[in-house]
Ligand binder design. Structure first.
Ligand SMILES: [Cu+2]
Length: 151
């Protein structure tokens, strides 16, 4: 009997440990707008996260166009957008998933095909408004959102 109790106790500890493991991550959903297709917009204008807690950003593309996702340093949307525009003359642009080279880009996905998705895993330590943009040619001016990181 004693043995059964200790087993139960051990099991419950394992279960609590598992639950805490899940709480460590914050899962955030982001999607391209798809109805009607081709809007070149994110479905969410604002997504929120906690500073210092690992983020799992799940990006889904149910649209008919290809899209990507870039997380930028606060206040750099126009700057990185201009670099994205400049990629139109870069013969390697497709190979680079239309992601320009810039220290203002914190995280980026591949180019996601219609029906595809990608999960970005990262942590942001400092609170602030982090721009999210798609840098597929011509998209970023419409296809942008804010990742609001709060303490
Ligand atoms: Cu796009």
């Amino acid at each position: 009997m004693k043995y059964i109790y200790s087993t139960l106790i051990l099991l419950s500890f394992a279960w609590i440990g598992d639950a805490e493991e899940k709480n460590k991550n914050q899962v955030i959903q982001l999607s391209a707008k798809a109805d009607p297709p081709g809007q070149m917009k994110f479905a969410q204008a604002l997504i929120k996260a906690k500073a210092g807690v690992p983020i799992e950003l799940i990006f889904k593309n149910p649209d008919l166009l290809q899209h990507n996702v870039l997380i930028l340093k606060p206040g750099t949307k126009d700057k990185v957008g201009a670099l994205a525009d400049a990629m139109l003359t870069d013969p390697e642009a497709l190979k680079k998933n239309y992601v320009p080279t810039s220290p203002d880009i914190l995280h980026s996905s591949k180019l996601i095909n219609p029906g595809g998705s990608e999960t970005l895993k990262f942590t942001i330590k400092k609170a602030g408004d982090y721009p999210i943009i798609c840098t597929f040619p011509g998209h970023w001016r419409l296809m942008n959102a804010i990742l609001k990181v709060e303490n």
